[in-house]
Design a protein around this ligand. Structure first.
Ligand code: ADP
Ligand code: MG
Ligand code: MG
Length: 882
């Protein structure tokens, strides 16, 4: 039997083989194939990594031999030899999974150097400084990444050397300084690990490959995968590639670039480079890099070649690329390309532009923006009026847009701790590193003193859709002492600051924010979205203001208008309480009638905003005790106000107390006991509708009965509703269409949906309660155990955020099909939190729902998710680089 292929030479793979070769490896092969200047190398597959774990962290038979034979190919191509004392071949060892995962193993460069090969390098290049710089970098990277020596230790030694020599930058150190540093570094390794720095190149290579495999399961990687919903069984590939050197002097350098602006989407390359530098120097913020435009002045040939390559890559990949390059003594090499991460604003603009440029079709454009990402565009911006008057204390790079207001913290762990207390925090650091990811995830915004637009902070913040001001060199951050300075100001932990990630401005204090606009590219894009969408999108809104926002965002009606909040306003709560403590029906009815004009006015305002669109109004849902006080002191006061005895009110409070309110006297059970409540609400709805109809405003009310589980509940209540409604309509002599339907949120309702549909004209799945009751999880208490369920993998996702397809989803499908078996044209929607969750929207699309309904700010997200679901039906699943 032929041995399995574990190793692929660059050019043997292609961009479609990312599952096997990882994103980096697949694209290195692809770039090789389309004739770009890529230093040769080979990729060990992700399968090999998985096999390594299956074998208890051992290499499969034959792997080393395959590595050796690929190494031999490299040697032949380069006319160099690995571990050679005359002409040593040096390589980089790079991890790379199928989805890009910052936070896995850092790359090791210059592998193959040792005390002998470094001499050969000196002889060969005649550049002693370069050779020692390469060697000290190698020990530093290998020592840290492979041997586990603290990064800090090397940095500290480097800094001491700079101090001792009185220089600012590493480039100012001489060959002999660097040589001395090499021996210092070796001593550090020896002290920290007890072992000598390995001198054999093959041993170095073997150890590095192991380290890459190991890094798949380091803490950072696991937490990143958890945060981004990436499966834990993909494995990582290992890329071994011939080194090219950006640190060979002033005609060498290294850079990173995006083919378009990742922050705004502008169709102009965006990048940075550093002369005489290697690897991560650009993103690590050791010196502030030059923008790529400068390269046109300094090295026009390289610049032009680079521009050609950018074009070629965009036409080839048909998407914005994020790439890495290095030039060695005037010769350009490409080291990486991948789909560039971008802000939502940039994603939308690039999709619109690429369609207009003819690079992609409209369907592809609609698939290009991740629905959840749109959230960023719907987020608030700093109020321009307040901004014009505010004092800017510092200005950095506008690394990721949006506004962020919060209290300053200096450590990721503090960010997590304070955020858990419900505080809004801004993470301020000199620069960020992968260890800070969790802190960044909970912060409102991120501010760093060093690093460019492609620094770690900037890239990660854009990925998270989080406001970030990077490279704000005017500030000095003292993390250990929890403060930063700017000019003569000291800003301490917990002080408030405001960031504008779109301009890079930093303000002291809390500034007001305003709603965004739905125009420009976003408007165009959302129009395209609606061309593909098959199901409707409504909103959950209880006020005219929310309804207006939602309509602006494209809501096609209200799917859930809760009426209880209308009872809580200070002017009304007294009447509500009077109704509750009423001794008889008459007193109850009197109290309710004082509420009628208020409710009616509420509906008039909402109907006006939603003119022409359906409005689903849910009858009073919560148990009555929620409207009453609980403490004796409050009871005294309210008894006085209501003019009843303390004991009497207290007795009412006690009698209304429920052991399990979620399953108590609520929903349709209330009007079954107290028909007056339903009568008042029906009256308010229909009178409001009639009044507007007379004025020529088109109104489409839909009255929804909550918590139904029994056919007769609907039957009895519907009869009452119709009696009252029709009488009002008849008296006023108008034509008004209204519907009566139910919320489906009790499992029994799904089981007998065919019966219920005999009465109900529409179903709206209340998936919050349906999830609670299906699992028997109380939403209010599940915080105690649900996170553990997710962590232990007992549940994959929080069922309150994403529909549990296997359980709740099955009930929903049953509800829909049974319902439609009785009433063919039964209108079906969903109004739980899930209505704005892209995955759940897709589920609703697939299962014949007429619409989803979600909070106003999620309406555009639901529209896009619905359109993508429809397109995916046609073209199949799409791959999205996370
Ligand atoms: P990451 O996934 O963190 O970007 P990379 O493997 O891309 O890590 O490498 C880190 C840095 O080292 C990048 O700047 C990359 O361009 C550089 N690099 C990687 N391989 C080589 C090589 N063979 N020659 C020169 N530079 C390299
Ligand atoms: Mg890279
Ligand atoms: Mg409910």
């Amino acid at each position: 039997m032929a041995e399995k292929q574990y190793v692929y030479f660059f050019g043997e793979g292609s961009k479609d083989m990312r599952n096997l070769l990882g994103g980096k490896g697949a694209n290195l092969s692809e770039m090789t194939n389309i004739g770009l200047p890529v230093p040769p190398g080979f990729t060990i597959s992700t399968e090999t990594c998985n096999l390594f774990y299956e074998l208890g962290k051992k290499w499969p038979d034959g792997l080393w031999e395959q590595v050796e034979s690929n190494l031999a190919k490299l040697e032949e191509k380069m006319e160099m030899k690995f571990n050679d004392k005359q002409n040593p071949l040096l390589v980089s060892v790079r991890s790379g999974a199928a989805v890009s995962m910052p936070g896995m193993m850092d790359t090791v460069l210059n592998l193959g150097l040792n005390d002998e090969t470094v001499q050969a390098l000196i002889k060969k290049t005649g550049n002693e400084r370069f050779a020692w710089d390469a060697y000290r970098r190698f020990i530093q990277m290998f020592g840290n990444v492979v041997m586990g020596v603290e990064h800090e230790e090397f940095e500290h030694a480097l800094q001491s050397m700079k101090n001792e020599k009185g220089v600012k930058y590493d480039t100012d150190l001489t060959a002999s300084d660097l040589k001395e540093l090499v021996s210092n570094f070796k001593a550090i390794v020896k002290k920290a690990t007890g072992s000598d720095f390995p001198q054999d190149a093959r041993e170095q290579l073997r150890m590095s490959i192991n380290a890459v495999f190991d890094s798949w399961n380091n803490k950072r990687a696991i937490s990143y995968r958890n945060l981004h919903d990436i499966p834990h069984n993909l494995g990582t590939a290992v890329n071994v590639q011939v080194m090219v050197f950006g640190n060979m002097g002033n005609h060498s350098g290294t850079g990173v670039a995006f083919t378009r602006n990742p922050s705004t989407g502008e169709n102009k390359q965006y990048g940075e480079y550093l002369i005489n530098a290697q690897g991560e120097d650009v993103v690590a913020g050791i010196r502030t890099p030059q923008t790529i435009d400068r390269l046109n002045d300094e090295m026009p040939e390289i610049y032009n070649q680079l521009m050609d390559i950018f074009k070629k890559l965009e036409v080839h990949y048909k998407d914005m690329q994020d790439l890495e390059f290095t030039f060695q003594e005037g010769k350009l090499f490409m080291l990486q390309t991948r789909t560039g991460k971008r802000t939502a604003a940039s994603a939308v603009k690039i999709a619109v532009d690429m369609f207009e440029e003819g690079l992609i079709d409209k369907k592809t454009a609609v698939l290009r923006v991740e629905p959840a990402q749109l959230d960023q565009l719907l987020h608030k911006q700093l109020d321009p009026k307040a901004k014009s008057k505010a004092d800017v204390i510092a200005k950095g790079l506008p690394a990721s847009p949006g506004a962020a207001v919060g209290q300053v913290v200096f450590h990721a762990a503090d960010a997590v701790r304070e955020a858990e207390k419900g505080k809004s925090v801004i993470l301020v650091r000199t620069e960020t590193s992968p260890e800070d990811i969790e802190g960044m995830a909970v912060a409102q915004g991120i501010l760093t003193a060093r690093g460019g637009m492609t620094s770690h902070a900037a890239v990660v913040a854009r990925g998270m859709g989080k406001c970030c001001v990077a490279g704000c060199e005017e500030i000095k951050v003292f993390e250990k002492k929890d403060y930063f300075t700017v000019g003569n100001k000291n800003i301490k932990k917990d002080d408030w600051v405001t960031l504008d990630g779109g301009t890079g401005e930093v303000f002291l204090g809390q500034m007001p924010v305003v709603d965004p606009e739905m125009s420009g590219n976003f408007g165009i894009y959302m129009e395209w979205v609606d061309q593909f969408r098959k199901i409707g999108v409504r909103t959950n809104a209880d006020t005219p203001k929310d309804s207006e926002v939602a309509r602006k965002f494209g809501a096609e009606g209200i799917g859930l208008c809760r009426t209880e909040h209308m009872f809580f306003e200070s002017s009304r709560i007294k009447a509500v309480r009077k109704m509750i403590v009423a001794r008889d029906e008459k007193a109850r009815r009197d109290a309710l009638m004082t509420l009628l004009p208020y409710q009616k006015q509420d509906f008039i305002e909402i109907f006006e905003v939603m003119e022409g669109l359906p409005v689903t109004i849910r009858l009073l849902d919560p148990p009555l005790h929620e409207f009453l006080p609980t403490s004796d002191a409050d009871i005294v006061e309210i008894a006085k106000e209501l003019d009843v005895e303390f004991d009497e009110l207290k007795a009412t409070v006690i009698s209304l107390h429920e052991i399990n309110p979620m399953m108590g006297h609520r929903g349709c059970r209330l009007p079954i006991t107290y028909p007056e409540i339903l009568e008042m609400q029906t009256r308010a709805i229909i009178e409001a509708a009639v009044e507007l109809t007379k004025k020529g405003v088109a109104v489409k009310p839909e009255i929804m009965i909550p918590v139904v589980g029994i056919l007769n509940e609907v039957k009895v209540l519907k009869e009452q509703i119709i009696k009252i409604a029709d009488e009002i309509i008849r008296k006023n002599n108008v034509t008004l269409d209204y519907k009566v339907g139910t919320m489906i949120e009790v499992p029994r309702a799904c089981l007998v949906a065919d019966q219920i549909a005999g009465e109900a004209e529409f179903f709206s799945f209340g998936t919050n309660d349906l999830t609670q009751l299906t699992f028997g999880f109380s939403r209010d208490d599940s915080g105690k155990f649900l996170p553990g369920y997710i962590e232990k993998g007992i549940l994959e996702k929080d069922p309150f955020a994403t529909i549990d397809k296997a359980g709740v989803g099955e009930l929903m499908k049953m509800g829909v099909s049974k319902g439609r078996s009785t009433r063919k044209d039964l209108k079906v929607g969903i109004c739980g939190e899930h209505g704005g969750d892209p995955d759940s929207v897709e589920f609703c699309h697939r299962n014949g729902f007429d619409y989803v309904s979600c909070s106003p700010y999620r309406v555009p997200i639901a529209r896009l998710a619905a359109a993508q679901a429809a397109i995916k039906d046609e073209v199949g699943e799409i791959f999205r680089d996370k």
